[in-house]
Design a protein around this ligand. Structure first.
Ligand SMILES: Cc1ncc(COP(=O)(O)O)c(C=O)c1O
Length: 387
């Protein structure tokens, strides 16, 4: 096993449970044929893996019909299908001021083509949203609200139920970006009134890269982004209307989904609540340790407040990129520095211009690793602040 201290779970979780690796190898060695296309035994087994994947994900997210979940490459592709397939010319869309570029860029693209209007709902430096101000942004042509469940910079958690109730009141649909919450925070699409849910397989769900998905409520009509072979209704020139085929043109990542199934099973047997509680306690210890070091500034929710396993910080007199480089080269600690694909959240936190170091923990993080991380930052801070 590698001796790297991996604090970059918000980008991709690592290491994966052995069951995930084994399931992928088994698929590659025994049945990695094309699912949904051939009627031979290997193809049928591959199709069953996809079926099983939809089933366990539907159980995790309380989706009534597993066919309302389509597999995608990652969260970004799910968000693009949802945004570009749902909004119509003349629509107004709201998102928050802590969104990832995976939301901001598709919206700004449509806006630059004069197709839609976009408003960004203000959040404070801790990532909290003001619901009264949010309501004031709603216009007669507002059709969609998009928000992340947890910020990938601050770890802050948005209050989903009140947001969802507000949107329901005004007939606005809710698209949730669960990139930082799937597998880490409870998600119940029915109870929480989520109309579309974009999620990664490769982060909190412990699957491999190249996996993700999109849930679309059966009440919504969303145009597909990709058109092509689905193995079904081959004689038709149109993309099939039936789900999930409507959104799954082309060969899927069957070995990846085989791994994802095991990742989701691990999460379900551990339970999302236990995972969140463990990560919350560890991130509190990490924050406490960092706060005790002279010259450290932390961003986002304060000690004791709810958040996911992410913390962003800077070391006085050091560039964020230098800190990340030293952590990597001298301490074998993997973090991410810079803007984390979310310049919006950096503007909100007041770190636009400097960036920040992001430490993100996950399912496999141990208490000993947290202590080692704190010691490394103590040394780095001492080096930069000794004069
Ligand atoms: C909040 C948020 N949204 C979207 C994404 C994009 O996810 P993916 O890499 O799965 O496309 C990320 C990735 O870190 C994220 O943190």
């Amino acid at each position: 096993m590698s001796s790297v201290l991996y604090f970059d779970h918000a980008a991709t979780s690592w290491p994966k449970p052995q069951g995930v690796v084994d399931a992928m190898v088994k698929c590659m060695q025994e049945y990695a044929a094309n699912p949904g296309r051939g009627s031979h035994q290997m193809g049928v087994k591959a199709s069953r893996t996809l079926f099983e994947g939809r089933k366990v994900l539907a159980q995790l997210f309380h989706v009534a019909n597993p066919n309302d979940i389509s597999f995608t490459l990652n969260t970004t592709s799910a968000l693009n299908i949802a945004i570009k397939g749902y909004v119509k010319p003349g629509d107004h869309v709201i998102c928050t001021a802590v969104e990832h570029n995976s939301v901001r860029r598709p919206l700004e693209y449509l806006k630059s083509r004069n197709q839609i209007e976009v408003s960004y709902a203000e959040t404070n430096a801790k990532g909290s949203i003001d619901l009264q101000k949010l309501e004031k942004l709603i216009q007669p042509n507002t059709t969609l609200m998009i928000c992340n469940h947890s910020s990938n910079l601050l770890g802050s958690i948005l209050p989903l139920e009140p947001i969802s109730q507000l949107m329901k009141k005004h007939g606005v649909k809710l698209l949730l970006d669960a990139a930082q919450s799937a597998g880490v925070l409870d998600i119940d699409v029915q109870a929480m009134g989520i109309d579309m849910l974009a999620f990664p397989g490769h982060k909190g769900l412990l699957g491999p890269q190249g996996t993700g998905g999109l849930y679309i409520s059966p009440e919504l009509d969303v145009e597909p982004l990709l058109h092509g072979g689905t193995g079904s209704q081959s004689e038709a020139t149109e993309q099939p209307k039936v789900r999930p085929d409507r959104y799954e043109a082309g060969t899927p990542n069957t070995p990846g989904i085989a791994g994802l199934v095991e990742g989701v099973k691990t999460i379900r047997s551990e339970t999302v609540q236990r995972i969140h509680t463990k990560e919350w306690h560890q991130i509190q210890t990490l924050m406490e340790g960092l706060l005790s070091i002279p010259g450290i500034t932390l961003y986002g929710p304060e000690l004791g407040e709810d958040k996911t396993g992410i913390t962003a910080f800077n070391v006085k007199h050091a560039e964020a990129s230098e800190v990340a480089f030293i952590l990597d080269q001298s301490f074998q600690i993997a973090v991410r520095a810079g803007y984390h694909c979310t310049p919006l959240a950096h503007e909100t936190a007041g770190t636009f211009g400097s960036g920040a170091v992001r430490a993100s923990i996950g399912y496999s993080t141990t208490d000993a690793e947290i202590e080692q991380f704190i010691r490394a930052i103590q040394e780095i801070s001492r080096h930069y602040n000794q004069v």
